[in-house]
Design a protein around this ligand. Structure first.
Ligand SMILES: [Zn+2]
Length: 149
C-alpha cells in the first residue's frame, strides 16, 4: 500500500492522509494542545500539510468529521487504491480483455429497468478478487460465454 492514499474531507479541498495515535503526544499544528489522536491532512490546492486533532480538523477544513467517519473514508480510499492496483495488473496481463470490458461498460444498455451493468460487475469482481491469472481468465471466459450467447 502506498502512502499516497488520501480521502477527501467532505466537499473541501482538504484530504485526510493518515490517522495516528501516539502515547507521547504531538503538538497540534493549529492550537497549542498536545494530542494523542492525530489527523494528518493535506490541502490539495495549496499543498499545505498539517497534523491536527479532530476539533482543529474542523477549524482548519470547515468540515465536521466524526472519528468513525474519518476511519471509514480512509479505509475506503485504501480499498479503492488496492482495487485500482489489481485492475492495473489485470490490464497489463490481459490488455484485450480489459479493453473489451471497458468498452462494454461504456456502451452497456440494460435489458430491463434496474438491470446492473454486467461488465462493470465483472470488472469490480476482478478488481476485488484474487490475483491468480487462472482466476482472471476463468472470470473473463465466463463473461465472454454469456456476452456472446
Ligand atoms: Zn488543535
Amino acid at each position: 500500500m502506498s502512502a499516497t492514499v488520501t480521502a477527501q474531507i467532505g466537499t473541501t479541498d482538504w484530504h485526510l492522509t493518515g490517522i495516528r495515535t501516539t502515547r507521547a503526544g504531538e503538538i497540534c499544528d493549529h492550537c497549542p494542545r498536545t494530542l494523542k489522536n492525530l489527523y494528518d491532512v493535506e490541502n490539495r490546492i495549496t499543498g499545505q500539510t498539517m497534523t491536527v486533532g479532530r476539533g482543529c480538523c474542523k477549524a482548519v477544513t470547515g468540515w465536521t468529521l466524526a472519528a468513525a467517519e474519518a476511519a471509514r473514508i480512509l479505509r475506503a480510499a485504501q480499498i479503492a487504491a488496492r482495487q485500482a492496483e489489481v485492475w492495473a495488473e489485470f490490464t497489463a496481463a490481459h490488455p484485450a480483455a480489459a479493453q473489451m470490458l471497458e468498452d462494454d461498460i461504456r456502451t452497456w444498455r440494460p435489458a430491463h429497468p434496474g438491470q446492473a451493468n454486467i461488465p462493470l460487475h465483472v470488472k469490480n469482481d476482478i478488481a476485488r478478487g484474487a490475483t491468480p491469472r487462472s482466476w482472471w481468465e476463468g472470470r473473463i471466459r465466463e463473461y465472454c460465454r454469456t456476452r456472446c450467447s
